[in-house]
Design a protein around this ligand. Structure first.
Ligand code: PLP
Length: 390
């Protein structure tokens, strides 16, 4: 389906009506094992045991391969499981990796506490600083891991430039594309080798599942990473794959509406007297506004801001705001409000957080599909209230 448009592919890629019943949706193959016709014909139908592969999960993998423009995909129990499978598949003791200094807190935690425990050296580097990334590469470096826009500060990294650095150094470029999804950003077109997703976020979009995916640009990488998945058991379940298959069908519509809401909210917050600053790549004030427009076709639905009065005022705001749900996920149709320091990035030591711009008073919004006027009104009332009480 490579020649068809994204909206067509998000609905049809990977999915064919069930050949035995004609069911339009991929059946949920809720099963452990697959019966073999004979020993000589083992795996003739492609499946043996659901840890190695499952037809419902496969349909989702084929859809994601088509949407990202990759060569193949493996799906996982969570976004973290996807990241861990990449590390397990590609690294060994004595290797070195370069990771952006602002990434999802769980990625930081796994690299800092587990990669190092197994003898892999990690350098956390300001990824937009291309000289710093180049200087961090050692003979033992195996991969550079980027996430853009990064969670939570929306720092934007030049994917093409990092891919060039990787190619000259002979290392792999792995990037987490969770925030923009292939609808807005396609890292393979910018030279990346591996694209990671937390499908938990915009791909599912309904706060219904935890899932992850790794899309690769070569059959060789697929073999290595699928082996790590089978050996570790980090697999996605058929039910999760089925729900994610349904969620993805409306990805473009949700992303466009949620991002339009996000831009309106960011613009409104930026002129609010009680807000110190707003971070959103769609604002002209974002340092990488031009780069964002160059490498992606949309800015996404996550907005960050600092309220005047710092952390205490921010906490009251997050506890009291109506309509916005205080919760840890992002990318869902429900608008969520998060305090990264106590929630998503609690594992990152304070000095490292502050250096990366994850300040104590930072508020993260994941803008949903509600009427934007209602979302703004709720924030407006909460900001009025906190400023009266502080
Ligand atoms: N990558 C990014 C950018 C994320 O925001 C998250 C979760 O917040 C993850 C990966 C991990 O995904 P999961 O929660 O599905 O394990």
């Amino acid at each position: 389906m490579r020649d068809m448009g994204f909206r067509t592919k998000q609905i049809h890629a990977g999915v064919t009506p069930d050949p035995t019943t004609g069911a339009i949706l991929t059946p949920i193959h809720q099963v452990t094992t697959f019966v073999q016709d004979s020993i000589d014909e083992y795996m003739a139908k492609g499946y043996s045991y659901s840890r190695g592969g499952n037809p419902t999960v496969r349909a989702l993998e084929e859809k994601l391969t088509a949407l990202e423009g990759g060569v193949d995909t493996t799906a996982y129990a969570s976004g973290m499981a996807a990241t861990v499978a990449v590390f397990l598949g590609l690294l060994q003791a004595g290797d070195h990796v370069v990771i952006g200094d602002v990434v999802y807190g769980g990625t930081y935690r796994f690299a800092d506490q587990f990669l190092t425990k197994f003898g892999v050296d990690v350098s956390f580097v300001d990824a937009p600083d291309l000289d710093a990334v180049g200087a961090a590469i050692r003979p033992s470096t195996k991969l550079i891991f980027t996430e853009t826009p990064a969670n939570p500060t929306l720092k934007v990294t030049d994917l093409l430039a990092i891919s060039d650095i990787c190619r000259s150094a002979g290392v792999l470029h792995v990037t987490d594309n969770t925030f923009l999804t292939p609808y807005y950003q396609r890292p393979f077109e910018l030279g990346a080798n591996i694209v990671i997703h937390s499908t938990t976020k915009f791909l599912d979009g309904h706060n219904a599942t935890l899932g992850g995916a790794v899309v690769v640009d070569s059959a060789e990488l697929q073999t290595q990473i699928a082996f790590a998945r089978n050996a570790s058991g980090l697999v996605m379940s058929p039910m999760v794959a089925w729900l994610t298959l349904q969620g993805i069908k409306t990805l473009s519509e949700r992303m466009d509406r949620q991002s339009a809401n996000a831009l309106e909210i960011a613009t409104w917050l930026e002129q609010h007297p009680k807000v110190d600053y707003v971070i959103y790549p769609g604002l002209a004030s974002h340092p990488a506004h031009d780069l964002s427009q160059k490498q992606a076709t949309g800015f996404g639905a996550v907005v960050c801001f600092e309220v005047s009065g710092g952390v205490e005022v921010a906490k009251v705001l997050m506890d009291s705001v109506e309509l916005w749900t205080l919760a840890e996920n992002l990318g869902s149709v429900e608008s969520l409000i998060t305090h990264p320091v106590t929630m998503t990035h609690a594992a990152v030591p304070r000095d490292r957080r502050i250096a990366g711009g994850i300040t104590d008073g930072l508020v993260r919004l994941s803008v949903g599909l509600e009427d934007v006027e209602d979302l703004i009104e709720a924030l407006s009332q909460a900001l009025d209230q906190v400023s009266q009480n502080s």
